[in-house]
Design a protein around this ligand. Structure first.
Ligand code: B12
Ligand code: SF4
Length: 618
């Protein structure tokens, strides 16, 4: 390595800065991530809030979580926990460099590690500028600035790196799923970033990039790093990660047009390696584990003889049981999944609830029937209630069922979910390219139908964001909240009204919301969001019954939906899918009168009835 040579250069370049030199001259490679993406002690939701609210509302977080900025450090000042992306990158670099050359620290501690010896400062980031979905939208509703808190803290971190007295000696490489935001906004110079790397750090290209930076060679502004194509090539960190994140799968397979993670190969990680990473987290003091995935239900069913959208019940229950029973794991949080598996295998959901509820840190006293009022809150994409729009942007979202049945899949899946104390956080996209008022009306119909049936999910609407590299990258929909139509605003506000339902049992709850929202409207929001916002806000505030607001033509009250039951959805399946359904869930069709697709006529005996007929666990 050319390290010594460069250390000499460093001392020349940094003469004026020598007095700031950290002990030992600093580290060759310093890894970091924004504080707002590294904290984990206040729970998943604080990070989501940080990604969505403007700076002037920071006091709310400070009040609720007065210690949210306090993070834990190891004795040497390095970070005790870091986002999983930093940890995998660290592990990847440790294949080539020594533990003394690579360090991962919080932004506040950068001065302790960046010194004359430093050649690379590598930043991992999820959402540095807050331009992704469900982030910018809420700041633009509530704030004069469009920047969410997350972006303010990321910019402060970049400023700190840029203003380092040793900045001439090192190059700044940014990676992680939010790197594209820097490329797309062309903020390289402003943030002091030399290179944005897209892709995984395990690849040979990634090591070559670091070698180049260490050799002092100019880096490309943008580079694509290959994604491993096999499960064995994925590295698992043996250090503690933020939220105890351990990778479970990559890719998805449902091929939604707007989705970034779906562009990655569909891989499910070996159980043994997941468990090693779980134990490593626990050893280092983490009590919380969460498996990172786009759809937890594909795990154990990737590249098998069964299509991935028929979950491998035994494998999943076994994996989660072992995780939550690992000594030291006190809490477990779900990340992402999809809706159709709730309809495909309700018994899987029941069994997972038994395993997972006792370790869930989430309590929803108004909703849960669990003795301790625990609940499971996975993230699920609802996106739209319009079949026309769903067909266009996510034709396979509901497989094995047809996308024509999307509203029924959502209602039936949510019924199964709620029955088992799962209250998902469901994202919706408003202002998709080509979205008509009729599409918005149909989404409103679905949300009203949820209410009518007493179903509950936390509905998180956001404005369509064309994410880089996706199949919709070059399409534009609504780009600013002021462009939203009255119906789109109504959908946004109806979702939030629905979300407040469980909080409205007290006599004072609805009154407080009414008064608060009217005050906010008078004080700030009517100017910010324009006239289309007025009546949706009045509906949200409950100034008059919705029927009256509809009568005077100001809102659309959702029509009752006739939805298919589980039995009817199953009856509509392609016949060759029926063999993958489990008989213990019921609702299977009786023996069809004739054979289809050359298969013998099905009777319930032909369906999978017990674990012995299933594949070997991964
Ligand atoms: C767990 C998770 C969360 C958790 C925890 C996040 C955390 N800080 O640890 C929570 C729930 C809090 C969360 C919140 C949000 N999330 Co999130 N989250 C994930 C999830 C499921 C896993 C992330 C992960 O740890 N993966 C495992 C690690 C190993 O992967 P990685 O970080 O990508 O790192 C690899 C490479 O990127 C690369 N790499 C990483 N860093 C670096 C650095 C360098 C220098 C190099 C060379 C390479 C490199 O190497 C690593 C592997 O080798 C992903 C989906 C996914 N499967 O990735 C979504 C995802 C990243 N989240 C997303 C979003 C939108 C958000 C929110 C904005 C949502 C919201 N509106 O609230 C917030 C933002 C939070 C914030 N503070 O700003 C999107 C990002 C979309 C995008 N591309 O912009 C994703 C992709 C989900 C999706 N389906 O679209 N999230
Ligand atoms: S279901 Fe979710 S993860 Fe899968 S392709 Fe669609 S949006 Fe992406």
């Amino acid at each position: 390595m050319t390290e010594n040579l460069h250390r000499n250069q460093a001392s020349e370049n940094a003469t004026g800065a020598a007095r700031y030199a950290p002990a030992g001259g600093g580290k060759l490679i310093v890894l970091t991530a924004p504080l707002t993406e590294s904290i984990d002690h206040a729970g998943f939701f604080i990070q989501m809030a940080l990604a969505s609210i403007p700076q002037w509302l920071e006091f709310v977080l400070d009040k609720k979580y007065p210690k949210w900025r306090e993070v834990e450090r190891n004795e040497d000042g390095t970070a005790r926990y870091m986002p999983a992306g930093v940890r995998v990158l660290e592990k990847s670099l440790l294949r080539e460099y020594t533990a003394d050359e690579v360090v991962a620290c919080f932004p506040d501690d950068l001065d302790k590690f960046i010194g004359p010896n430093t050649r690379v400062v590598a930043v991992s980031t999820h959402n540095p500028l807050g331009v992704t979905f469900a982030a910018g939208v809420y700041t633009s509703i509530y704030g004069s600035s469009k920047e969410p808190l997350n972006s303010i803290y990321s910019r402060a971190m970049f400023d700190k790196i840029k203003s380092s007295p040793y900045s001439k000696n090192f190059q700044v490489i940014v990676g992680g799923s939010g790197g594209w935001q820097i490329t797309q906004t062309n903020t390289f110079a402003e943030l002091g970033v030399d290179c944005v790397a897209e892709g995984r750090s395990e690849s040979a290209d990634s090591l070559a990039l670091f070698q180049k930076a260490i050799a002092g060679e100019a880096l490309p502004r943008e580079i694509n790093l290959a994604h491993p194509t096999s499960r064995d090539a994925i590295l698992f960190p043996d250090k503690r990660t933020t939220f105890g994140v351990v990778e479970m799968t990559t890719g998805c397979g449902r091929r939604c047009q707007f989705c970034v993670p779906d562009l990655n190969p569909q891989i499910d990680m070996p159980k043994a390696r997941i468990m090693d990473a779980v134990r490593a987290n626990v050893r280092q003091g983490n009590k919380l584990i969460s498996l990172a995935t786009e759809d937890m239900f594909i795990w154990g069913q990737v590249h098998t003889d069964t299509p991935f959208f028929f979950p491998n019940r035994e494998a999943l229950v076994d994996l989660y049981t072992e995780i939550v029973n690992t000594p030291g794991v006190e809490q477990h949080l779900l990340s992402h999944c999809t809706m159709a598996p709730f309809v495909v295998d309700p018994e899987l959901i029941r069994q997972l609830s038994e395993v997972l509820l006792p370790k869930s840190p989430i309590h929803l006293p108004r909703l849960s029937t669990h003795p301790q009022k625990k609940a499971l809150v996975p993230l699920i994409g609802l996106e739209t209630g319009s079949v026309r729009m769903a067909r266009q942007i996510m034709p396979s979202k509901g497989v094995p069922f047809s996308i024509e049945d999307w509203p029924s899949i959502v209602l039936e899946g949510l019924r199964v979910a709620n029955q088992n104390n799962w209250f998902p956080m469901m994202t919706l996209m408003i202002g998709n390219p080509g979205e008509t008022d009729q599409d918005t009306r149909e989404t409103l119909d679905l949300v009203y139908e949820m209410d009518r049936r007493g179903l509950f999910a936390f509905l998180v609407p956001s404005i369509f964001t064309p994410l880089h590299d996706t199949r919709m990258e070059h399409q534009t929909g609504v780009t600013r909240t002021r462009q939203l139509s009255p119906l789109q605003w109504q959908l946004m506000m109806k979702c939030w009204k629905h979300n407040l339902r469980p909080g409205q049992y007290s006599w004072w709850g609805p009154m407080a919301w009414r008064a608060g929202s009217l005050f906010m409207w008078l004080y700030r929001l009517r100017k910010l969001n324009g006239p289309n916002f007025t009546w949706p806000l009045m509906m949200f505030a409950g100034v008059a019954p919705e029927r009256i607001l509809q009568g005077i033509g100001k809102i659309h009250v959702g029509k009752p939906l006739v939805a298919k039951s589980r039995r009817e959805l199953i009856a509509s399946l392609r016949p060759n899918y029926l063999k993958h359904l489990r008989a213990d869930n019921g609702d299977l069709p009786e023996r069809p009168s004739r054979s289809v697709d050359g298969l013998p006529g099905q009777s319930p005996m032909n369906f999978v009835t017990d674990a012995r007929s299933l594949k070997v666990l991964p």
